[in-house]
Design a binder for this molecule. Structure first.
Ligand SMILES: Cc1cc2nc3c(=O)[nH]c(=O)nc-3n(C[C@H](O)[C@H](O)[C@H](O)COP(=O)(O)OP(=O)(O)OC[C@H]3O[C@@H](n4cnc5c(N)ncnc54)[C@H](O)[C@@H]3O)c2cc1C
Ligand SMILES: NC(=O)C1=CN([C@@H]2O[C@H](COP(=O)(O)OP(=O)(O)OC[C@H]3O[C@@H](n4cnc5c(N)ncnc54)[C@H](OP(=O)(O)O)[C@@H]3O)[C@@H](O)[C@H]2O)C=CC1
Ligand SMILES: CC(C)=CCC[C@@H](C)[C@H]1CC[C@@]2(C)C3=C(CC[C@]12C)[C@@]1(C)CC[C@H](O)C(C)(C)[C@@H]1CC3
Length: 507
């Protein structure tokens, strides 16, 4: 790994032996925090007190905006959620200069089993939501994997997971948003009510207003996922099958693939099941002692044999959470060792927010120079070409492959077809690049150019090195600009999306 200059002994320990800090402090604090919030959520939800409080909390947001309106309005607005708590990789520098609006809305408001929707406040996390819905026999149509992702962040950014080839991105299965706008008013929008605003909100990164609730579709859930593993030894075979499975008329409910080298990978297809069948073994991958999921999947590749397993529902939904995909192996190198797992596995994973909070400058420099975190979204027909380009420019494995539909809706994600939808694939690369000649800016820019030329998009929680013009070419701003022009005080209160995601405003 690239060596980075450290400035003090403490910094040396934090960089070279980060696991010490993680084990001694972060893991126990994370566990206490999780336990407390689980208990608190349970009590609030059972007492059903949240809906009554909601209006009061929305009024508090309005009050803060009205205070800004009556001032000199020399600063812009963003949420007060500290940068270290957010999942976005970089810290937003604008948090220090903008007026911070507290949107402390943390509750699941209502589960409507008739219309099969759940109404949530923006700080509800995916872990909290899957835990609330499971006993009711329900699940979100798509469950973005990491526990700490929030409804607000996923609506304003995006969310994708292994059922997205049916339901699309997070925005595609949200039916209504409630927002407080820059003039202090509260509006709701859906495909029938204020449709322009409804379609412009996703990917707007909080630059149209503050989200105070979202109504999201839920689906019936069963106890297990029956998961098939199919190893492949050539890229073309894997890609062909990946496409065929995603585009089938009646596809499996879950599809993802992990690519372990340029040519080899494992395609996984899953369906919900009420019982454990006798065609496969039971595998509770979420147990504290179980091996990291991506390592288990790799074993199927080594055996070079298809297999079937039955996995408990929540274990499946959060299958990459305990190892933060494969990122934790760089932070706790022995995290997958059986002795560690049996003794301390129940403390995993450390909270991402606490990791961010304790990240020293030197680690940030190291990640900047020799670590890639990117999700590129490309039409599925370009899968092979994308892997080849990623291999040439970056060479990081495993690669996460997840198919998803982009529906032909108005908004920033404009697809180049007249059909109702187009199938895309999320190519996720997380790790230390091994490609010869890798250099952060030029290599990332080469990939961004490839994605743009192939009518794709970049996920914006990671770093973007596009220029303003390139960014506006990747994301269609026609509707977004129109909505910003029409909403009173909007342009005064919020920068453009690029003003919140480009490298100059992110540390
Ligand atoms: C900065 C920050 C802000 C946060 N803000 C919020 C917030 O606003 N609202 C919020 O709800 N959460 C918040 N969280 C916490 C977040 O919800 C949890 O990190 C996440 O939901 C944990 O989910 P999990 O699926 O990993 O839980 P699990 O891993 O399933 O459980 C975590 C712990 O709870 C125990 N547990 C699980 N289920 C139960 C149960 N039914 N009864 C008792 N114990 C149980 C487990 O044994 C385990 O020790 C925040 C976290 C951070 C770091
Ligand atoms: N599986 C997946 O799909 C994964 C998705 N992600 C990405 O992570 C991000 C979500 O992380 P999370 O920590 O939840 O969100 P963040 O706190 O990072 O918020 C993301 C953006 O949404 C805005 N936002 C959040 N809440 C509100 C609100 N109530 N009103 C207005 N704007 C709001 C934020 O604005 P502000 O800057 O003002 O706070 C910010 O620009 C998304 O970008 C998502 O794409 C990451 C990993 C996996
Ligand atoms: C669309 C999908 C599935 C995206 C998965 C994204 C994950 C791999 C990302 C989300 C948050 C993320 C950027 C993070 C990190 C790794 C990659 C993560 C987990 C780490 C833990 C790397 C180490 C860093 O020091 C630091 C702690 C700041 C970050 C925190 C966020």
């Amino acid at each position: 790994m690239t060596k980075i200059e450290t400035e003090s002994f403490a910094e040396y320990i934090l960089v070279e032996h980060r696991w010490i800090v993680v084990m001694v402090a972060l893991l126990p604090i994370s566990a206490l925090w999780k336990l407390w919030s689980t208990f608190r959520n349970y009590v609030v939800f059972k007492m059903n007190s949240a809906p009554k409080m909601h209006d009061r909390k929305v009024k508090d947001v309005q009050k803060q905006i009205k205070a800004w309106l009556s001032g000199d309005r020399s600063t812009r607005l963003c949420t007060a959620r500290p940068a270290w708590q957010a999942m976005s990789f970089r810290q937003g520098l604008y948090k220090k200069t903008f007026t911070n609006i507290r949107v402390n809305l943390v509750d699941v408001l209502e589960v409507d089993t008739e219309n099969m929707t759940v109404r949530c406040e923006p700080l509800v996390t995916m872990g909290q939501l899957s835990r609330t819905l499971e006993p009711l026999g329900l699940a979100l149509a798509v469950v973005p994997e990491l526990d700490q992702l929030t409804v607000g962040g996923l609506v304003m950014g995006t969310g994708v997971e292994s059922s997205s080839h049916i339901y699309g991105l997070f925005q595609h299965f949200c039916t209504q948003y409630e927002l407080v706008l820059a003039d202090g008013s509260v509006v709701t929008c859906s495909k029938d009510e204020n449709p322009d605003l409804f379609y412009a909100v996703p990917w707007s990164y909080g630059t149209l207003g503050f989200l105070t609730s979202a109504t999201i579709k839920v689906v019936p859930a069963k106890k297990y996922i029956r998961l098939e593993y199919h190893p492949y030894n050539t890229l073309s075979d894997l890609a062909q099958q990946f496409r065929a499975e995603s585009l089938k008329e009646n596809p499996h409910q879950f599809i993802e693939a992990l690519q372990y080298t340029k040519e080899t990978g494992v395609l996984m297809t899953g369906d919900m099941a009420d019982e454990i069948g006798d065609d496969g073994k039971y595998n509770p991958i979420g147990k504290w002692y179980s091996e990291w999921f991506f390592k288990q999947v790799e074993r199927h590749l080594k055996k070079n044999r298809s297999a079937v397993e039955y996995i408990p529902l929540r274990d499946y939904y959060h299958r990459h959470s305990r190892s933060l995909f494969w990122e934790l192996q760089d932070i706790i190198p022995f995290g997958n060792n059986p002795i560690f797992r049996y003794l301390l596995g129940w403390l995993m994973p450390p909270e991402v927010s606490l990791l961010k909070l304790t990240q020293p400058e030197a680690v940030a420099r190291l990640y900047e120079k020799a670590h890639v975190i990117q999700d590129m979204l490309v039409p599925v027909e370009h899968l092979e070409k994308s892997i080849e380009v990623f291999h040439k420019e970056i060479e990081v494995y495993p690669i996460w492959l997840c198919p998803f539909k982009v529906f032909n809706h108005p908004g920033q994600l404009k697809i180049k077809t007249k059909a109702d939808w187009q199938m895309f694939v999320d190519v996720g690369v997380y790790g230390v690049p091994k490609a010869k000649g890798y250099e952060t800016v030029s290599s990332t820019r080469a990939i961004e150019a490839f994605v743009s030329q192939h009518d794709g998009f970049q996920m914006l929680y990671a770093d973007t090195y596009t220029t303003h013009d390139e960014f506006r070419r990747m994301f269609d701003h026609t509707l977004y600009d129109r909505v910003r022009d029409a909403l009173p005080h909007c342009k005064e209160a919020f920068p453009e999306i690029y003003g919140k995601v480009n490298r100059n405003v992110r540390k």
